[in-house]
Design a protein around this ligand. Structure first.
Ligand code: TGC
Ligand code: FAD
Length: 390
């Protein structure tokens, strides 16, 4: 009964099935019990709480839509989105861990791997026994991953991998990394690199002011011998990693709503309790304007995410539609976090409340998985047919 009541101004719950609501409420309950009480402390210490890995697996956050025969939860895209929403209500960094594991590691193995690879990796990734990372971004190539320099050479009985990836979520503790690299002809392929392979190291990136409860690092390949059976055989070219990003970006479109809801809810409660000039601050028009605009934007974002989920369930969502939702919803959340922080006055900067942490986290979310501006250019390209990237 004391479960958090999410804003649902347009009765969007009516659009959800009983299964969607069950999945969402189970995730919500778990986040409330296992994430919210500890996450501020871990963020302050810049540490990922590894003890929550088992719980994330139990709520289906590792491979929500991967078929059950491979250990996934076998759920639809709306359930996947709702799980991301609830986790990000807790913390964007925790949602990152789940996004990477599901959409950037399990998804390519499921879609582009062969049956042996699926059987070897997916169940262990679904249970959290193994954690994965996704190496696309490089020191010299972020928005333009097609320019990547990491490369591999066919040595007859194995591949030799050289190069470096940076800004990689989960890198410092991953057992497996899905790494994108060019072959001798310059064609991009996915390789599964495992911890323990000689020449493979994962130094941690420190000094982050954002996503502090998520572990970020580099992937360094110094003449790593990768067995030939570790190449993902069923798709190559830049479209392969970009296909994984479609799935993760969709999850972020939902996740950002969770962070926004938490900020809105905190500000709403505070505005009814905090007295100034003899009145609750929520009685002042300027504060009501902020709250009214927040709930309006949250409601629009919910409808965008829900409709996109329906299109994805029907396998009809385009990459450009996903870009629009990722861009809009993250921008919505970062603006709400900023307004909500002001509504709490000085208390807004304190770790007593979650708002400042969400606000700082969202600075990464608006940059990773394609920056705010890159997604705008994807929409611009889609509606004009004219490519403004290059
Ligand atoms: P372009 O020539 O347009 O496309 C190359 C090939 O890819 C195809 N394609 C897609 N396929 C599937 N899904 C998509 N979203 C696709 N977008 C394009 C395209 O059809 C083409 O196929 P083909 O067969 O003709 O070769 O590529 P471009 O080099 O011009 O780049 C386009 C651009 C800029 C949109 C793209 O590179 C891009 O999205 N850049 C942003 C990079 C990015 O998002 N990086 C994310 C790294 S991972 C990450 O941030 C994880 S954070 C995780 C967490 O912690 O949550
Ligand atoms: P750049 O590409 O150098 O962009 C700098 C600025 O230039 C941006 O504002 C951008 O929008 C703008 N810009 C670039 N090109 C254009 C253009 N054509 N037109 C107009 N403006 C342009 N990557 C992974 O592969 N795996 C991960 O797990 C991962 N996790 C991450 C975790 C965190 C915490 C962070 C911060 C990043 C992570 N990333 C990861 C990397 C992320 O995807 C990149 O940071 C992002 O794609 C942007 O690349 P960049 O940082 O090199 O910026």
């Amino acid at each position: 009964p004391d479960l958090f009541q999410a804003p649902d101004y347009y009765n969007i719950d009516d659009l959800l099935t009983d299964e969607h609501k069950l999945v969402r409420d189970a995730s919500r309950e778990w986040v409330k019990k296992e994430v919210s009480p500890i996450i501020e402390d871990y963020a302050q210490r810049a540490e990922f709480p590894t003890q929550i890995i088992g719980g994330l697996a139990e709520i289906g956050a590792f491979g929500p839509y991967i078929p059950e025969e491979y250990g996934g939860a076998g759920l639809d895209q709306i359930s996947y989105g709702l799980i991301m929403q609830e986790i990000e209500r807790g913390d964007s960094g925790v949602r990152s861990t789940s996004s990477v594991q599901s959409s950037l590691v399990m998804y390519p193995i499921w879609k582009y791997g062969n049956e042996e690879q699926r059987k070897k990796y997916l169940p262990k990734l679904a249970s959290g026994e193994w954690m994965g990372s996704f190496g696309l971004t490089e020191p010299n190539h972020g928005s333009n991953p097609g320019g990547m320099e990491t490369k591999f050479k066919d040595m007859g009985d194995h591949y030799l991998l050289n190069g470096a990836k940076m800004w990689i979520s989960n890198a410092p503790f991953c057992q497996v990394a899905v790494v994108w690299a060019k072959n001798e002809e310059g064609r991009i392929h996915g390789l599964i690199v495992e911890r323990g392979m000689e020449g493979f190291s994962t130094p941690e990136t420190h000094n982050k002011w954002s996503l502090r409860a998520s572990s970020t690092g580099e992937l360094i390949f110094d003449n790593v011998k990768v067995p030939k059976e570790n190449l993902l055989p069923n798709k190559s070219g830049l479209g392969a990693p970009l296909g994984c990003l479609d799935s993760a970006r969709y999850g972020i479109a939902w996740g950002a709503i969770g962070a926004a809801m938490d900020c809105y809810d905190t500000a709403l409660r505070y505005s009814k309790e905090r007295m100034q000039f003899g009145k609750p601050i929520g009685q002042f028009q300027l504060q009501q304007k902020k709250l009214a605009e927040m709930i309006t934007e949250i409601t629009k974002a919910q409808l965008l995410a829900w409709r996109l989920g329906v299109l994805r369930n029907e396998d009809r969502a385009t990459s450009a539609q996903i870009s629009m939702a990722k861009r809009n919803n993250v921008d919505m959340a970062i603006k709400i976090a900023r307004e909500a922080r002001q509504m709490l006055g000085g208390m807004g900067i304190s770790g007593e409340y979650s708002i400042m942490r969400h606000s700082m986290n969202l600075e990464s979310v608006i940059t990773y998985e394609g920056t705010h501006d890159i997604h705008l250019l994807i929409t611009g390209f889609d509606v004009t047919g004219l490519n403004a990237f290059k």
